[in-house]
Design a protein around this ligand. Sequence first.
Ligand code: SF4
Ligand code: SF4
Length: 174
Amino acid sequence: MTADAISQQLCVTCGLCCNGVIFRDVELRASDDLARLKTLGLPIKKTGKKIRFAQPCAALECSLCKIYAERPSYCREFECVLLRSTIEGNTEPAAALRIIRTTQKRAAKVIRLLRELGDENEHLSLSKRFKQVTKQFDTGHLTGESAGVYGDLTIAVHELNLILSSAFYPGSES
Ligand code: SF4
Ligand code: SF4
């Protein structure tokens, strides 16, 4: 199978590097056409010296990039560890797909628990949502039954981070 065919098979099923599970945002570079990317719907912001847009990405639709042909340079260059390993023949495509599905299930569990705690900020990355809920817990806003759910959430986030950092992106952190 060619690298393109493997990428098609895995990435179309996955979307984890675009949907706010692995990354909080994407940094743009001097070579990117900012005006054009804004026109295409990316909510680009300048923070300090960096220009970025937040994830979950506004251009993502059902694990597909709506602006694929014109996507930013970082997006073009990014390959997660799992994709690279599959392209190099060190991981079978079927095994890679199983890892993707397991990760999606773990992310779905984190989202379910966040919702149970009243967090419905679906437009934010999982790491930001978890941070916000943790702040509520630390300031005593979560008590009783919610504290138990928060405990389950911390375990679910830990399990998600384990698979993200081992299989996808060593620097990832939800
Ligand atoms: S995380 Fe990896 S497999 Fe998933 S969409 Fe991104 S590059 Fe593809
Ligand atoms: S622009 Fe496309 S490839 Fe880049 S983060 Fe958004 S959906 Fe993913």
